[in-house]
Write a protein that binds this ligand. Structure first.
Ligand SMILES: C[S@@+](CC[C@H](N)C(=O)[O-])C[C@H]1O[C@@H](n2cnc3c(N)ncnc32)[C@H](O)[C@@H]1O
Length: 505
């Protein structure tokens, strides 16, 4: 394992380095623009290769912290000697050979912060404790789902660079922690906080929640290692045979870590097993306290296990002779499919019935739809049928209805009716004839109770037991509301936006 290169001189050195970065326009916009120009021009940095004299300080810093070498005299001419001394004292820059500067860590202006991580090693020969980049595609995706709304205490478990905890510290949390098994990640996260001038951030080291002891949090974010592996691989990568080992531990040990109303957000790869879909197993992992928690799972995509293994063979991660062993593992685990997902575990604020819900992502689904799902299910669990009986209801304007008819005695006979939506989540639901009749007329003017009474008045239904009938009627409305076929006043889903044009962070 390479030595940890960064140092912790006084905070004034960090502050001067940050001020130098800021006055040099070494910021996210500039960084992204340069990187996209390089990509368009087909320019790639050869690690350690001396770059020609850059035309600006921002350009110089972007090159230097993306693994190019810069001549010391160019640095001093474009920047200044004090700044160079500071970066050397911080251990971010070394001079070797004489007169040539290289960076020891990749430094990335990101979300108003300066975040360090490891440079990608040649041929992707990662060290076991490689510090994961904050702008990796998977991390970008994870960050989209984490709620960065005001809270007292935020924890990023499996923190790596500590990016979610750093963002939380700078934007919304009174106090934020990042925790990681690896010493290197912990030191890097602490360094990024000091470099970004954050004084409400703590980086701790240890397994799962062990280093945060008995602290409780409003929010926990986890992006664990989740790749199924036969044997130990890099700490940031392997999640045991089923990929779930680290995720599971963060759920089995969760009780006592979340405040009432607190939420854990996890993005990971996981599995559906025969007769045991992921969300049911997450509930089991919660153990004896499971009834105090809700679970909402949004599936980002499915991967057929053998497809995953073949890809892994092609990329050299799995040896062909290991496939037989994998066959046994899949059989033993009763594994049906691998999936990528985001799930939220929410601790109850009051005693009520827990919910477990699963939806798939479509072209118009994302973090906002997951939030909406949590809100509507929480309201349903709190208020029961009253949730729809006392609220005005409106049909989802994008719903379609299809009918299946079969030939019977020379005529078409209606067999079934299916309502379908793509937003908030893609979903197809069989409707009973009364719901299908009712659906298009829901114009937001009437509550569930008023609809029921008007159906009785019209003679469309004539219940023997009105109390039971209105409960059954409301239960059907609740199902349609949770599926997004109808909107409940005050709890409408967000407006549909195509996935790729979103910027939720
Ligand atoms: C996929 S990286 C995610 C890093 C960062 N949160 C991100 O999204 O970029 C997973 C991190 O989990 C850490 N890790 C692995 N096993 C752990 C455990 N048992 N307890 C705490 N951290 C662990 C690794 O060191 C690594 O930094």
């Amino acid at each position: 394992m390479p030595e940890i290169p960064v140092q912790f001189p006084g905070q004034q050195v960090f502050d001067r380095a940050r001020a130098f970065f800021e006055t040099s326009d070494f910021n996210e916009a500039h960084f992204n623009r340069l990187r996209s120009e390089w990509k368009q021009a087909g320019f790639t940095i050869k690690p350690g290769a001396l770059a020609p004299k850059p035309d600006s300080r921002a350009h110089m810093l972007t090159l230097l912290f993306n693994d190019a070498a810069i001549s010391e005299s160019d640095f001093v001419e474009l920047g200044n000697r004090q700044a160079l001394d500071d970066l050397k004292e911080l251990g971010m820059v070394v001079c070797s050979p004489a007169g040539v500067l290289t960076s020891t860590v990749r430094t990335r202006p990101f979300r108003g912060l300066y975040v360090i991580c490891d440079h990608e090693p040649p041929n992707r020969q990662f060290a076991d404790d490689f510090v994961f980049p904050p702008d990796d595609t998977n991390t970008f995706n994870y960050l989209r789902y984490v709620a960065f709304s005001p809270c007292e205490a935020f924890l990023e478990a499996c923190g790596g660079s500590g990016i979610a905890a750093l963002i939380a510290a700078s934007r919304c949390a009174e106090r934020s922690w990042s925790s990681d098994l690896a010493e290197r990640s912990t030191v890097f996260a602490r360094f990024s906080a000091a470099l970004s001038g954050l004084s409400n951030f703590t980086a701790v080291r240890g397994d799962t929640y062990e280093p945060v002891q008995d602290r409780v949090f409003d929010r926990i974010a986890v992006h664990p290692p989740y790749v199924p592996v036969l044997r130990h691989s890099f700490i940031f990568h392997g999640g045991g045979l089923d990929g779930e080992q680290i995720t599971r531990k963060h759920i089995t040990d969760l009780h006592g870590r979340l405040k009432p109303g607190g939420r854990l957000y996890c993005r990971c790869g996981a599995t559906d097993r025969k007769g045991a879909p992921l969300e049911m197993r997450i509930r089991q992992w919660l153990g004896e306290h499971e009834s105090e928690y809700d679970i909402a799972l949004q599936v980002l995509g499915y991967v057929e296990p053998w497809r995953f293994l073949m890809k892994s063979v092609r990329t050299g991660r799995t040896r062909p002779e290991e496939l037989a062993e994998w066959g046994n593992v899949l059989e033993e685990l009763q594994l049906e499919t691998l999936l990528m997902c985001v799930f939220v575990v929410q601790r109850h604020e009051e005693k009520r019935t827990p919910f477990t819900v699963r939806r798939e992502e479509g072209p118009y689904s994302g973090p906002k739809e997951l939030d909406w799902l949590l809100e509507i299910e929480t309201a349903r669990s709190r208020q029961g049928v009253e949730h729809v009986l006392s609220s005005r209801l409106k049909v989802n304007p994008t719903v379609t209805l299809s009918m299946v008819n079969s030939a019977k005695q020379g005529e078409w006979e209606l067999r079934s009716q299916f309502a379908e939506v793509v937003h908030p989540h893609p979903l197809k639901m069989e409707l009973d004839p009364l719901s299908a009749f009712l659906l298009p007329g829901l114009n937001g003017q009437s509550t569930g109770r008023e609809l029921f009474h008007s159906l009785v008045e019209q003679g469309a239904i004539s219940p023997d037991d009105p109390q039971e009938a209105i409960r059954n009627f409301a239960t059907g409305l609740l199902e349609m509301a949770s599926s997004g076929l109808i909107f409940v006043e005050g709890l409408e889903p967000p407006a549909p936006v195509r996935n790729e044009s979103r910027n939720d962070l």
